[in-house]
Design a protein. Structure first.
Length: 438
C-alpha cells in the first residue's frame, strides 16, 4: 500500500529487479525507463511538475479522457431481478435477504418480455451485441421465467441479428441436472456464490433456518462443472474479515473445475456488519498477491490457473484500458426489478439514488444524464489526484455512495502489483498475451 500511494496525479514510478518503470495515467501507458530518466521524473514529482515534464518529452498534452460525461449509449446489457427472494441467510447481503427491503416477489413473464424487447431494440441500434442476465435474490426460485425468457430472447435475437449472451448468478442450492443441460444449450455464464471451504462458507452463507449450505451446493454444481463447454461456470467469493485465507479457497475451487475464481471485498453491507476495515484490506492485499505470485509461477510453467482478478487486471494493463467510470452501470447496463422498475445496476434496486425509470415509462433521460455527469471519475474526490483513476474508474458506485472510499489504498496496491507482474510475464512469456491471456 505504501509503495502504491499517489505522489502525482499524472504518473506512477516504480522499480523492481528488472529495472525502472513509468506508468502514465492518461491512456494507461507503461514504459521502461533508464535510471537517469527515473531520477528526473522523481525530482519532477517532488517539485510538482510531472505533468510539465510529460509534455516536454512528448508524452503529455491533450487528454484521452476529458471532463465531458459519457453521452448515454444504447443499452447492451440488462439484468433481471426475476426473484426478489432467497433461501439463504447471508448476513451481508446487499439485497437485504434478497427482497431489497420490500415483500418477496417474483417477476411476471410479461415484465420479462418487456425487458427483452427494450434490450434488443437498443442493441440493434448499437453494436448488435447484448447480454441478458438473471439475478435475485435467488433467480432459480423463479426458474420458469428464467427458462421462458431465455428461449424467447434467443429466438428474437436471431430474428433481429443480435448476438445475445446469457448469464446467471446463483447461490447454487437449487441447481438441477436439467439446469446444467439448459445452461449448456444456451451457453450461459454461470456465477456461483461460494465463500470458502465448508466451515467458512457455512458460517457466512447458512440457510435462513440454520444449517450449512456448502455440501449441497457442491453436489448440485458438479454436474454443471462436468458439462461446461459452451457454458462457463465461475465462482465468486465475497471476502469478509472471517474468510481472509484466500489461497486455500482459490486452490480448492480451481481443483473443483470452476472456469474462473474471483474475490471481492465486502465494503458495504446493509447494517454495516462484516465490512472490511483498513487492516482487513491490508491483509487481503497480501493474500491476493500470494495468489498472484502462484498465478505467475503457473503461467511461466505453461499451466492454467484461472484466478479471475489477476487475469482481468493483466488484460486491462495489456490493452491500456482507460475509462471515466468503473463499470457500465447507468450507461450501457441497467437492472430491471421484479416490478419493472429500472435501476443503475442490480445493487440499486428499490433505491431512489439509482432509479433510472421503468419499463412502463421508459428510461428516464434526465436521471441518466445526471448520473453520467455526477459519477464521472473527474467529479470524484480524491480520484483526480490518483494515478490509478483510469484503471479503477472511481470505484463501485454503490459502495462509494453508501460507504465512501475505504478501499483506495487496497485497489492501488493491487494495481501496483499487477503492473509489476505484467512486466515480468510479458518478458518471460510474451506468447501468453497473444490473446490477452487464456
Amino acid at each position: 500500500m505504501t509503495a502504491a500511494a499517489p505522489r502525482a496525479a499524472d504518473i506512477h514510478l516504480f522499480a523492481d529487479g528488472d529495472g525502472r518503470h513509468l506508468f502514465v495515467a492518461d491512456g494507461s501507458r507503461l514504459f521502461d525507463i533508464d535510471p537517469g530518466s527515473f531520477a528526473e521524473f522523481d525530482a519532477a514529482v517532488a517539485e510538482g511538475r510531472a505533468a510539465a515534464l510529460l509534455v516536454e518529452l512528448g508524452l503529455g498534452g491533450s487528454s484521452v479522457i476529458d471532463d465531458a460525461p459519457l453521452p448515454p449509449p444504447p443499452i447492451h446489457a440488462l439484468s433481471l431481478a426475476v426473484a426478489q427472494k432467497r433461501n439463504l441467510g447471508c448476513f451481508y447481503c446487499y439485497a437485504r435477504q434478497g427482497s431489497f427491503g420490500d415483500r418477496p416477489k417474483n417477476m411476471e413473464p410479461a415484465t420479462a418480455e418487456r425487458a427483452v424487447a427494450l434490450l434488443l431494440s437498443q442493441a440493434a441500434t448499437g453494436a448488435g451485441r447484448a447480454t441478458l442476465a438473471f439475478l435475485g435474490g435467488e433467480p432459480l426460485v423463479n426458474r420458469r421465467v428464467v427458462r421462458e425468457t431465455t428461449r424467447r430472447a434467443a429466438l428474437l435475437a436471431r430474428q433481429r441479428g443480435v448476438a445475445l449472451a446469457f448469464a446467471i448468478t446463483t447461490n447454487g442450492t437449487l441447481l438441477t441436472e436439467a439446469d446444467a443441460e439448459f445452461f449448456e444449450e444456451y451457453g450461459f455464464a454461470v456465477t456461483v456464490s461460494l465463500d470458502g471451504p465448508r466451515e467458512l462458507h457455512d458460517r457466512l452463507r447458512p440457510y435462513k433456518g440454520g444449517g450449512g449450505s456448502f455440501d449441497k451446493i457442491m453436489r448440485r454444481v458438479r454436474p454443471l462443472l462436468a458439462r461446461q463447454r459452451r457454458m462457463q461456470v465461475s465462482a465468486r467469493v465475497t471476502v469478509t474479515p472471517q474468510n481472509l485465507a484466500l489461497r486455500p479457497t482459490l486452490d480448492l475451487l480451481i481443483a473443483e473445475g470452476f472456469h474462473s475464481v474471483g474475490f471481492a471485498p465486502l465494503l458495504s453491507a446493509p447494517a454495516g456488519g462484516g465490512e472490511m476495515q483498513r487492516e482487513h484490506l491490508e491483509d487481503m492485499l497480501g493474500q491476493m498477491i500470494e495468489c498472484g505470485r502462484e498465478f505467475e509461477r503457473r503461467i511461466v510453467a505453461g499451466a492454467r490457473y484461472p484466478f479471475a482478478n489477476m487475469i482481468n487486471a493483466l488484460r486491462e494493463v495489456h490493452r491500456g484500458t482507460h475509462r471515466p467510470y468503473p463499470c457500465g452501470a447507468g450507461a450501457g447496463y441497467l437492472e430491471v426489478s421484479a416490478d419493472g422498475d429500472l435501476a443503475a445496476c442490480h445493487r440499486f434496486v428499490g433505491e431512489e439514488k439509482g432509479a433510472m425509470g421503468s419499463l412502463a415509462d421508459g428510461i428516464d433521460p434526465l436521471r441518466r444524464a445526471h448520473w453520467l455527469q455526477d459519477r464521472h471519475v473527474h467529479r470524484q474526490k480524491p480520484c483526480r489526484e490518483c494515478w490509478a483513476r483510469y484503471l479503477c474508474g472511481g470505484g463501485c458506485h454503490h459502495e462509494v455512495i453508501h460507504r465512501g472510499r475505504p478501499a483506495c489504498d487496497y485497489i492501488r496496491g493491487w494495481l501496483h502489483y499487477c503492473l509489476e507482474a505484467y512486466l515480468r510475464l510479458s518478458r518471460q512469456r510474451p506468447d501468453r498475451f497473444a490473446d490477452a491471456l487464456p
